[in-house]
Write a protein that binds this ligand. Structure first.
Ligand SMILES: [Zn+2]
Length: 272
């Protein structure tokens, strides 16, 4: 897949290819289910390469680790409508595969590369999208935007509100949990063990505020927290073997894990 044919050796410099035509569509998505990645989740072994994936044991030759993604569900409706072969997904950050994205959803721009149709009934596309996949993903009406919106969304450092279901390794003192409500912490977070192989080991400071603690049981609770952009929430709960300090586990003195996580809101606008 190259844009231009190679010029014969020693001849004139290659023709400059005309810039690709692109359409940028902005919206927000809510992801109502777990186990759905935001973008195509290629197999880490074969990277989805057509030739290498054959015989790849990690993905059984599928090339991907998940059948679908938000990106692919969108592409299935948008690309045929615009008679385009390729689309790109630009999200304002991303949530983990197993995390739901609720509230008003996450802003994104879907980029249509080389459309052959320009006059598309976008309302009808959204309707069809919801008819097919609305139980998993909901989207707002699309708005045509210009390319610079992509960079704005990519660089955005929005605070987020999360709700986590927490499991404790032993009995937890309910009074210690309720005492956290309204408290703010600045957590020093070393890169989590689960991503250190990709990102390198750094330490960063992130503010976390406990908004509510509910459903308190001997070995579990639900906690709502407001976090600075880029907080590793699962590690703020567990402490990640001392790599995040303070952590919920440390604050209550009992080992803790995040059992389930939802993004409740991305605070990209002043709240009422
Ligand atoms: Zn593979």
């Amino acid at each position: 897949m190259t844009d231009s044919t190679p010029s014969p050796s020693g001849s004139a410099p290659p023709r400059r290819s005309r810039p690709k035509r692109r359409i940028f569509l902005e919206s927000r998505y809510q992801k109502l289910v777990r186990g759905l990645p935001q973008t195509i989740f290629y197999c880490p072994e074969c990277k989805g390469d057509r030739r290498r994936r054959k015989g790849c044991k990690h993905c059984d030759g599928f090339g991907k680790l998940y059948k679908d993604s938000v990106q692919e569900l969108l592409g299935r409706r948008l690309l045929p409508a615009f008679k385009a072969k390729f689309g790109k997904f630009h999200g304002a950050g991303r949530e983990d595969v197993d995390v739901r994205m609720l509230g008003r959803g996450r802003p994104f721009v879907y980029e249509i590369v080389e459309p052959r149709v320009f006059d598309v009934d976008l309302e009808a596309v959204v309707e069809e999208f919801h008819r097919r996949d609305g139980e998993r993903v909901r989207i707002d009406a699309f708005e045509r935007v210009e390319k610079p919106r992509v960079a704005v969304l990519k660089d955005a450092a929005y605070e987020k509100v999360y709700r986590a279901e927490v499991g404790f390794d032993g009995d937890v003192d309910a009074a210690k949990l309720t005492a956290l409500v309204g408290q703010k912490f600045t957590a020093a977070q070393r890169t989590p063990q689960r991503v250190a192989h990709r990102r390198g080991d750094l330490e960063r400071l992130r503010d976390v505020e406990v908004l509510a603690v509910d459903e308190i049981e001997a070995r579990g609770c639900e906690i709502e927290i407001r976090c600075q952009h880029g907080t590793y929430v699962k590690e703020w709960i567990s402490g990640d073997d001392g790599r995040t300090e303070p952590s919920l586990a440390g604050l209550v003195g009992v080992g803790a894990q995040c059992v389930a996580l939802d993004v409740l809101e991305i605070l990209d606008r002043p709240q009422q």
